[in-house]
Design a protein around this ligand. Structure first.
Ligand SMILES: CCCCCCCC/C=C\CCCCCCCC(=O)SCCNC(=O)CCNC(=O)[C@H](O)C(C)(C)COP(=O)(O)OP(=O)(O)OC[C@H]1O[C@@H](n2cnc3c(N)ncnc32)[C@H](O)[C@@H]1OP(=O)(O)O
Ligand SMILES: CCCCCCCCCCCCCC(=O)OC[C@@H](O)COP(=O)(O)O
Length: 267
């Protein structure tokens, strides 16, 4: 009886293996499917741990989440090479901004995430089952991207609580995923809160995934990701009139760094 099950298991694995060899589309779907499954299953186990250790929604849970997610890269043969970690060591709160290419960014995020740092996310993620629950428990701030006024209100609240709770806030200023090897224009929310709270902006840049990951071409192999934490940009003394300049400056620096890390000549 048990031998029968083993044989069935082996047959299914063999079939999947053959399908993966034959079809890039199947290969890609299975690898991404496995990625989603890891998140789904691991968060189901991590939710009770977070509740037992920290009792509820708090940024302290990020340490637990980080420990789990940092193991995922080994399943996919991904390596991270991080430079400039010392730039996170600023006194007090800060806004961290980084480029956002794909859901694979969650691994890159957890690879470098400093302590006491929450992220801003679209509110739809709150409903992603166990993943939504774990993100909620980690203290993630949810915004409604469809309503600028309500998103701005949440962001203003963030600017206030950042100082009182002494936390850093991680924002993807492109506002959506973009896997083209370039940056989308930046939204200004992150820079508004940096100026309102008079805290530095720390840019983090991940090299382009295009050589090993491209959903349109069903490409998802192993690969190396270079990460650079850039020196903090001070905002002391800046006013809301300076937000556009600050945004542009940050955008230019990050774009140059992205091209340099990805081995693509700047324009
Ligand atoms: C354990 C095992 C398993 C575990 C599994 C766990 C997984 C990992 C766990 C946990 C990590 C979770 C991490 C999740 C990550 C998710 C990523 C996402 O979801 S990315 C999408 C959402 N994020 C954003 O969208 C942010 C960036 N967006 C902004 O900051 C925008 O600015 C926003 C939403 C506030 C407004 O967006 P607008 O589309 O309306 O665009 P605009 O151009 O920026 O604003 C319009 C006008 O309003 C002004 N404005 C904007 N914000 C303002 C403010 N705060 N005060 C005053 N004016 C403001 C601007 O200056 C602009 O005006 P003028 O064009 O300059 O005249
Ligand atoms: C009901 C069961 C669901 C199981 C779901 C597993 C989900 C794993 C997802 C990990 C978190 C991904 C975070 C992320 O990268 O979100 C994308 C947004 O930043 C940008 O959104 P978009 O590009 O504008 O759609």
């Amino acid at each position: 009886m048990e031998l029968g099950w083993l044989l069935w298991g082996a047959a299914v694995l063999l079939l999947l293996h053959v399908l993966m060899e034959l079809s890039p589309a199947v290969n890609f779907a299975l690898r991404i499917g496995f990625y989603y499954l890891l998140f789904f299953v691991c968060s189901a186990f991590t939710v009770p741990v977070c509740l037992l250790v920290n009792g509820g929604r708090t940024v302290k849970n990020m340490r637990i989440i980080k420990t789990v997610v940092k193991t995922f890269k080994y399943f996919f043969g991904l390596r991270f090479e991080v430079k400039g970690r010392e730039n996170f060591e600023v006194e007090g709160p800060a806004i961290i901004v980084s480029n956002h290419q794909s859901i694979l960014d969650m691994m890159g995020l957890m690879e470098v995430l400093p302590d006491d740092c929450v992220q801003v996310a679209k509110k739809e993620l709150m409903y992603a089952g166990t993943v939504g629950l774990i993100i909620y428990l980690g203290g993630v701030i949810f915004i409604n991207r469809k309503s600028t006024s309500s998103a701005k209100m949440v962001m203003a609240e963030v600017a206030k609580t950042m100082a009182t709770d002494n936390v850093k806030v991680w924002v993807y200023p492109e506002g959506t995923r973009n896997c083209t090897g370039d940056l989308l224009p930046f939204k200004k929310g992150a820079f508004h809160i940096a100026v309102q709270a008079q805290v530095p902006v720390i840019p983090v840049v991940y090299s382009s995934f295009t050589t090993f990951y491209n959903p349109k071409k069903n490409l998802f192999t192993s690969g190396k990701i270079k990460v650079e934490v850039l020196p903090p940009i001070e905002t002391k003394g800046l006013t809301s009139d300076d937000v556009s300049d600050l945004t542009d400056r940050c955008y230019r620096t990050m774009r140059e760094t992205l091209f340099r890390l990805s081995g693509r000549p700047g324009e």
